[in-house]
Design a protein around this ligand. Structure first.
Ligand code: HXC
Ligand code: NAP
Length: 266
């Protein structure tokens, strides 16, 4: 991945990426790798995660993939231990696993709501909590991938709104608790990013996409590179005084709130 950031800014770093088999998180993983980091990826599907890691290796990067569900604390712990055993101390942890579907509250079962809470919110707690023994050192960078849903109530998104609001709180509580050890914890809130599963689910038709596009002040969907470059920056020493921040990278789309009415069940 070509980035505008100086080559090798993450040379020698080890990054652990939860939810790294596709989409935005895989884009960030590739950005980290292009910046010189070794990257360990986890997701549920053994086939998807190994294919993602192989693709990075084929591009000349150092990458491993492991199957682990972020809802399973012991599995996350094991993947972190494998990463540290493979490459030594972990410097960067990104929590980005998520689930989403478009459904009205009245059409959502308790298990449907719980499933998204468990993947997004409990998953983020698990990933960061299990990382603690590995990253408690000055310079460590923890990043949660959140969403505009965290601060903007949206119809047909009650599960994701509740889950991502919780993700923001986990991020900021940990920034307070782990800051004294030199650990920085931040959130990135992507706007609509092109060619992702998230946007395929939220705006599945050209009409829905056009309606959403019309609400974005910068007039375009974002690219994975937009998120990757912010994550790289947050993991460098240039971001040494940034912690507890939830940073939108969204073309100002959250300011318009227009996406509230765009998401309709398929
Ligand atoms: C209503 C639904 C549903 C739907 C699933 N459920 N899909 N309810 N409408 N469309 C319900 C099921 O009926 C079930 O409840 C419960 O959710 C759990 O479903 P499972 O399929 O058993 O869960 P699981 O296999 O764990 O899969 C999780 C998942 C799935 C979230 C449901 O879609 C998934 O794996 N998603 C991962 C990929 C993804 O979503 N990527 C997009 C992230 S983007 P019952 O009661 O029947 O048991 C994102 C966008 C951010 O977060 C914002 C962009 C602006
Ligand atoms: P995506 O490609 O579906 O990415 C989700 C990843 O999480 C996949 O790698 C998936 O792989 C993994 N995953 C799902 N459930 C998991 C679990 N229980 N345990 C471990 N891994 C799991 O979606 P995306 O659209 O790129 O979204 C990535 C992140 O960006 C999410 O946090 C999302 O909320 C956020 N976001 C996206 C957008 C957007 O425009 N797309 C906007 C705002 C925020 P497996 O299926 O192999 O598990």
């Amino acid at each position: 991945m070509q980035t505008a950031l100086a080559e090798g800014v993450l040379a020698g770093k080890v990054a652990f990426i939860a939810g790294g088999s596709s989409g935005i998180n895989l884009g960030v993983a590739e950005g980290f790798a292009a910046a010189g980091a070794k990257v360990a990826l986890i997701s549920r599907s053994p086939e998807k995660i190994e294919a993602a890691a192989k693709d990075l290796r084929d591009k000349g990067y150092e990458a491993i993939g492991m199957a682990a569900d972020v809802r399973d604390y012991v599995a996350v712990e094991a993947a972190l231990a494998t990463t540290a055993g493979h490459w030594g101390p972990i410097d960067i942890v990104l929590s980005g696993a998520a689930g989403n579907f478009v459904a009205p509250a009245a059409g959502m079962s308790a298990n449907g709501f719980k499933t998204v809470i468990d993947i997004d919110l409990l998953g983020t707690f698990n990933v960061f909590r299990a990382s603690y023994g590995h990253i408690r050192k000055p310079g460590a960078s923890l990043i949660a991938i959140t969403a505009g849903q965290a601060v903007q109530p949206m119809v047909n998104q009650i599960h994701a709104c509740a889950a991502k609001a919780g993700v923001n709180m986990v991020t900021q509580c940990l920034a307070m608790e782990w800051g004294p050890e030199g650990v920085r914890v931040n959130g990135i809130s992507p706007g609509p990013i092109a060619e992702t599963e998230g946007m395929r689910r939220l705006t599945p038709t050209p009409e829905a996409e056009a309606a959403y596009m019309a609400t974005i002040p910068l007039g375009r969907y974002g690219e994975k590179r937009d998120i990757a470059e912010l994550a790289i920056f947050l993991s460098t020493d240039s971001a040494r005084y940034i912690s507890g921040a939830i940073i939108p990278c969204d073309g100002a789309s959250i300011l318009t709130g227009g996406s509230q009415s765009s998401f309709k069940p398929a």
